[in-house]
Write a new protein. Structure first.
Length: 369
């Protein structure tokens, strides 16, 4: 079986360092925040080319606190996309604000900036683009619109550690960048984790306060806050992984290049990153007809795949009260019906990539017949 993701293989590569890092935390008894988390924050801020990194307990918390720190609250609107995990929408709702969706660009599968301006109302407070699958949205146009309308830009970079847009790292282009370190991410913890990054010291200070019960010092609570702190073990694990993130990213990009070559003559649609973007391939997705049946055939042939995401947020039952329905975002809905995510991770061998493509072609030929 070719797994969709192999976290065990990654662990075996770094086992001595990870085990030692976890032991340091246990021996120090610094289980919440502490020196390992602080050291990781410094490393990740430098990696994202920003001044501030605030480590948190999840990517969802990062989005929530970034929105709150930017002043988003009840009655406000935040423009985002439905082609994302539900956490993007949930974080907006946590603030009492309303998500306003726009469709995605059919070439990049990220927010279509040409649709943003028409979605702005007097209640709009922020724009929240999602860097889908490791490819950054068209940030120049989004930033230009935001500045002209005095709006905040918060990047959902949960899938895009190390991605670049015109030489700028994910998380460094907007006012705040939000990352997830869920175990399956390109930079994954051994549990839940997240971070907000920014160059704005005022936003950084607010997020620091909000993550730890609004405390300026112990028992001195200056604002209502949350228990969104990163634990020490996650900080230690992530700090170890910072030594490997670039090598793993380039390995993913090599795997993606092999897929690109082997699928070059196929009819499968893939996102088209521009030459000035660095796609980090958290997901290598294609779009094809009869997706569900092809996926079952691949599973039977020993190839595990995924779908990111089969039901867009605006069609989820949990968010039906937002007032959207089928047909509102045709590009998003078409992609959701056709997405198929192929195995991709740094340890995937060339012969395994070739096997995936061979079985994909077999499955598709059966469907075509």
């Amino acid at each position: 079986m070719i797994p969709f993701l192999d976290l065990r293989a990654q662990y075996q590569q770094i086992k001595p360092e990870v085990d030692a890092a976890i032991s340091r935390v246990i021996e120090s008894a610094q289980f919440v925040l502490g020196p390992e988390v602080a050291a990781f924050e410094d490393r990740f801020a430098a990696y994202c080319d920003v001044k501030h990194c605030i480590a948190l307990n999840s990517g969802t918390s990062a989005l929530h606190l970034a929105l709150l720190a930017a002043g988003v609250g009840p009655g406000d609107e935040v423009i985002t996309v439905s082609m994302t995990f539900v956490a993007t929408t949930a974080a907006i709702l946590y603030c009492g604000a309303k998500p306003v969706f726009v469709d995605v660009d059919p070439r990049t599968w990220t927010m279509d900036p040409n649709l943003v301006e028409a979605a702005i109302t007097p209640r709009t407070k922020a724009i929240l683009p999602v860097h889908l699958h490791g490819l950054m949205a068209d940030m120049d146009l989004i930033i230009d619109i935001a500045r002209r309308h005095e709006l905040v830009v918060i990047e959902d970079a949960a899938q895009s550690h190390g991605a670049e847009y015109k030489g700028r790292r994910a998380g460094s282009v907007g006012d705040v960048g939000c990352f997830s370190f869920y175990p399956g991410k390109n930079l994954g913890a051994y549990g839940e984790g997240g971070a907000a990054v920014t160059n704005n010291p005022d936003l950084a200070r607010r997020i620091v306060l909000l993550r730890d019960w609004g405390q300026e010092s112990k028992y001195n609570h200056v604002v209502p806050g949350f228990n969104y702190r990163m634990d020490g073990i996650q900080g230690a694990v992530l700090k170890v992984k910072m030594d490997y993130i670039e090598a793993w990213t380039e390995a993913r990009r090599t795997v993606a290049s092999q897929y690109d070559r082997l699928l070059a003559s196929s009819h499968y649609k893939r996102p088209a990153p521009t030459a000035d973007c660095r796609h980090v391939y958290h997901v290598y997705a294609i779009a094809l007809a009869h997706r569900d049946r092809v996926q079952k055939a691949l599973q039977a042939a020993g190839v595990a795949t995924g779908i990111h995401y089969p039901v867009p947020v605006h069609l989820q039952k949990a968010y039906s009260d937002l007032g959207y329905g089928p047909g509102d975002f045709p590009i998003t809905e078409s992609l959701a019906d056709r997405f198929l995510s192929l195995p991709i991770y740094a340890e995937l061998r060339p012969e395994q990539v070739a096997k995936v493509v061979l079985e994909l072609e077999k499955a598709s030929l059966v469907e075509a017949a």
